[in-house]
Every structure is written in C-alpha cells, then in structure tokens.
Design a protein. Structure first.
Length: 304
C-alpha cells in the first residue's frame, strides 16, 4: 500500500473503468479476419462453386432432380470394366511405387558417390505430363517400337503388346508407364521426410545391436509415418485420376473411370452423366483419404 506522503508520480494510477455492458474489443481478431476474408472468398469461389455446380449437374435432368444419370452410368458396359481396371491398377501400383520410392530415398540418404545426380534423374518424371509419358512409352510398346526391335534383333518374334485381346500385356504396359511417371512424387515426399529424422536414433539402435531391417522397421518407418501418410493419400487420389497414360497407350481398350468421364463429356456429349462419374470419383477419393487417416493414425497420440 502506497504511503500518503509518496510523490504523486510514484503512486499507482487506477485503471479507467470499463463501460458496463460492452465486451472487450478484439481488434486483432477482427483485423485478421479482414485480411484473410479475400482468400476465403476466393477459395470458396474456386472450389465450392464448381463442386456445387457439379453435384447439381450430376442430379440434374429435363424434369428436375433425378438419379437417371447414375442409372445410365451404371448400365454402361464400359463402366464396370473401368472400375475393375482402376482398382486393379491401384492395388498393384501403389505398393510397387512405395517400395521403389523408399529404396531410392534410403539410397539417397546413404549419400553414395553421385547421389545428387541420382536425385535429379529420378525426379525428372515430375516434369513430364501424363500424356507425354504415355506417348514416350507408346514408342516402346507399339508394334514397331523399341521393345519389338530388341526382340527382332535377338531372333524373337514381335509381340502385339497393346492388342485389345492381350489384356495382360496392356495392363503391364500401363502399369510400367504409370510407375515410371508417378513414383517420383512419392520419392520426393519420402526424401523430405527422411531429412527430418535425426540419424542419432538409428545410430543408437545400431549401438544396441539392431540390424538394418530392425532399424528400418522399428525406427525409420514409425518416424516416417506422417510423410508416408501424406504420400499415400496423394498418390491414391491421383491414381484414381489416371487417364492420359492409358489413353495414349491403349485408347478405349483399357478403360479407366476418369477416361469414361472424358468419353461421356466429349464423345457422347452428355455432361450430366460425366458429372455423375466425376462425383463418384470425388466421393471414393474422399472416403479413401478418411480411411487412410484413421488407419494410419498414431495410436500414441490418441486421447487416453
């Protein structure tokens, strides 16, 4: 308590009383909202409006809202074959890409001679478009392509790799082209994740006698979980959208779901059924992403 003889400058000044009935002014919050409001409006117009328009178009018809577009989609003979081809491609392709990407990333982390060159070479497909990658591999698998030229040079008969009645070779051609084109995305994400893991953990595990596979399984992969989760979600969603590579290689002989969307929109001139197909792809992608998030959730962070 201040003495009555203390100077006026040394006495604590009472705070001005706040008017009753008025909440405290949050100038910082309101200023932040004003700053991000243009971004919110822009993102809403960029993503929200096209999504709403697509949903309305998928359920739209001459007489109002209807499910006839989904019925036509399901009755199309190419639809179920495209679904089967897409799922088969994803089931086979995703594990191959992750094994290759992880192996390449571990090799880069070991820093052998020329590791920087390896990184740039393996990242080149990131700059190649889907259609360009398909055309590149078309020169390999076509009847007079490089692969048949090699077979002829060793005295073997050429093979119609992309013939409509040779499903296995068509699938392998699309798989190889897509693995070559898209593994680099997983590779870059895994390399970035490995760089954030201190080597002290692996060195400590090695001191206690853990071998390479033990360190990889019990140390590296658990710490790499966030990067693998991100790569798995992105790669699976993008795998559902695989289209141009298969179109360049096989045309309509190996239909995929997004390719059917393109066929309905451009070839059959039916934007409603194309929107229904796009809506199916979006719904499956969202369900897959949520499933991955729950499946790969770190149990140590779960609330007790």
């Amino acid at each position: 308590m201040a003495s009555p003889d203390a100077p006026a400058a040394a006495r604590p000044r009472p705070r001005p009383a706040r008017p009753r009935g008025r909440p405290p002014r949050r100038s910082g919050t309101s200023a932040a909202m004003l700053l991000i409001a243009p971004s919110i409006v822009f993102m809403t117009l960029l993503f929200g409006w096209p999504m709403v328009s697509g949903i309305l178009q998928a359920f739209g018809g001459p007489e109002g809202l209807t499910t006839a577009n989904f019925t036509r989609m399901a009755q199309d003979p190419y639809f179920w074959s495209s679904v089967g081809n897409t799922l088969l491609l994803i089931v086979v392709m995703i594990p191959i890409q992750f094994v290759l990407a992880l192996a390449m990333a571990l090799l880069i982390r070991a820093k052998p001679r020329g590791s920087s060159l390896y990184f740039y070479i393996w990242a080149i497909p990131l700059a190649v478009s889907d259609l360009a990658a398909g055309l590149v591999w078309l020169t390999v698998f076509t009847d007079r392509g490089y692969l048949n030229s090699v077979l002829a040079s060793v005295g073997l008969e050429p093979v119609s790799w992309l013939a409509y009645d040779n499903y296995a070779s068509m699938f392998m051609a699309v798989l190889i082209a897509e693995v070559w084109r898209a593994t680099s995305l997983v590779f870059v994400i895994v390399v970035a994740g490995l760089q954030s893991i201190p080597k002290d953990y692996e060195e400590a595990a090695g001191v206690f006698g853990a071998g390479f596979w033990d360190r990889l399984w019990h140390v590296t992969l658990p710490l790499l979980r966030p990067s693998l989760q991100t790569a798995l979600i992105l790669r699976t969603i993008l795998a559902f959208q695989t289209f141009a590579v298969a179109l360049a290689l096989t045309g309509q002989n190996f239909p995929l779901v997004v390719g059917e969307t393109y066929r309905w929109y451009t070839g059959l001139q039916d934007a409603n059924v194309a929107s229904a197909l796009a809506l199916v792809v979006m719904a499956v992608s969202m369900v897959t992403a949520v499933g991955y998030l729950k499946l790969l959730k770190d149990q140590s962070e779960a609330p007790r």
